[in-house]
Design a protein around this ligand. Structure first.
Ligand code: HAM
Length: 413
């Protein structure tokens, strides 16, 4: 788990505000759900045999003897809220985004935390491949807007009912002769959920899984048509992608479309998946709602920040107000208030230090302009303004100071 200090915050704010902005363009509204949910929600929603549910959840019994879990992901809570508020009864197609912390007790590694933050989106009510394409276009647009370009979209389909059954048989037939070579977890999962062996994290399983049958060969006609329509839509939207039949995803609810966005810069090491998502047409029903198809994604903010170029993060232009003598500090405060009320970030060092020391503080804060208040100037109704980048200095009248400042330093316009 980690802290986010003010020096890092502008990057977080840039990511979150860009996400909200793009989401608005695609017709998504924001939902906020609690951080804890009943444990059963994740056991049923994410899947009893997933790593998340078997090993990684922060679960506790509260004073009322209820078993609660810190949410490990955002889809099951979104579905819970969707069902609880009977949203499908009010709106046939519902598009939600969310942001916030998720909790998984994984082994810490670069880009892997136990409390991490996701940006997520879920679209309920439309079974067609067109909303899948729209959602992937939304993700790609977001990456573009936030300034991350060295990523690629990998796409596959896990199929639905009939495909699942046939693929399960094929996996059983493939893994059973090698049973002894599998990890203990996977030997158990052979009966319960052989798909989980394919994305197992243990090396002995991975060696075998590399040659396991791939799901795309088993798609039913309907599943194949859905997958092909999706690809045609993405082609039409000029969204680049690769078909990658090895995608399994670590959660049980997926049907048909699955996708991942991977970093190509190499800066993330083994944890190079920044975003993962897909369709989950059965989950709303499983969690007690009406039959409702749905599709969504989750995007890890820490991983995104590891590949985000700092050049994209413009710090707010700010003004530093300094005084030549301590008794002018109330005048400084009046000037600060005027600037702040005009929407300009402004600060000062009001401890009564020398002008030189105040200007050192101004440098440290990265101010763009310093306003220096002197007794004689104030008596004449002016202040000295110094552009700290170009070093140009002028006198600005106190009356109309904000307009004067905007004229002097274009960054404040
Ligand atoms: P997920 O693949 O488990 O999917 O997580 C999505 C993203 O969250 C990952 O690609 C990664 O960037 C980030 N992430 C996951 N675990 C960690 C961690 N321990 N530390 C840092 N980042 C992490 C889901 O959670 C699904 N709910 C996505 C979804 C939404 N599918 C449909 N709708």
């Amino acid at each position: 788990m980690h802290d986010i200090l003010p020096a890092d915050s502008p990057r977080w704010q840039l990511v979150e505000s860009t996400f909200r902005n793009v989401a608005r363009q695609y017709g998504y509204g924001e939902v906020r759900t609690p951080i804890v949910e009943p444990t059963a929600l994740f056991a049923r929603g994410v899947g009893e045999t997933t790593d998340i549910v078997e090993k990684e959840m922060y679960t506790f019994v509260d004073k009322g003897e209820d078993s609660l879990t810190m949410r490990p992901e955002g889809t099951a809570p979104a579905v819970r809220a969707f069902v609880e508020h009977n949203v499908s009864g009010q709106d046939p197609v519902t598009k939600w985004i969310y942001t916030g912390p998720m909790f998984r007790r994984e082994r810490p590694a670069k880009g892997r935390y136990r409390q991490f933050y996701q940006l997520g989106a879920e679209c309920f009510g439309d079974p067609g491949p067109f909303v899948d394409a729209e959602l992937i276009d939304f993700v790609v647009r977001f990456f573009h807007e936030v300034g991350v370009t060295n990523v690629e979209v990998r796409l596959s389909s896990l199929g639905s009912g009939e495909t699942h059954a046939r693929y399960r048989e094929a996996l059983l037939a493939y893994f059973t002769p090698h049973r002894e070579k599998l990890s203990t977890d996977s030997q158990r999962r052979l009966e319960t959920n052989p798909l989980r062996i394919v994305d197992s994290k243990s090396p002995e399983d991975q060696a075998l899984a590399a040659n396991a049958p791939r799901v795309l060969e088993f798609l039913s006609d309907d599943d194949r048509t859905h997958f092909e329509e999706l690809q045609r839509s993405l082609d039409r939207l000029k969204v680049p992608y690769f078909v990658d039949g090895s995608i399994v995803r670590g959660l049980d609810y997926y049907t048909r479309t699955v996708f991942e966005v991977k970093d190509r810069s190499g800066r993330l090491g083994a944890q190079d998946t920044i975003c993962g998502g897909g369709r989950y047409d059965g989950l709303v029903k499983t969690l007690g709602g009406p039959e409702t198809p749905a599709v969504g994604f989750g995007l890890g903010i820490e991983r995104l920040l590891l590949v985000l170029d700092d050049a994209q993060v413009a710090s707010a232009p700010s003004v530093f107000v300094a005084v030549v003598a301590p008794e002018l500090r109330t005048d400084a405060m009046a000037v600060l208030q005027t600037l702040r009320h005009a929407g300009i970030a402004a600060d000062a060092d009001l401890r009564g230090n020398s002008l030189k020391s105040q200007l050192r503080r101004s440098d440290k804060l990265g101010a763009k302009v310093a306003l220096i208040l002197g007794g004689d100037e104030l008596a004449r109704g002016v202040v000295q303004a110094r552009n700290l980048e170009t070093k140009e200095t002028v006198e600005l009248p106190l009356a109309g100071l904000v307009d004067g400042l905007r004229g002097f330093a274009p960054a404040f316009r």
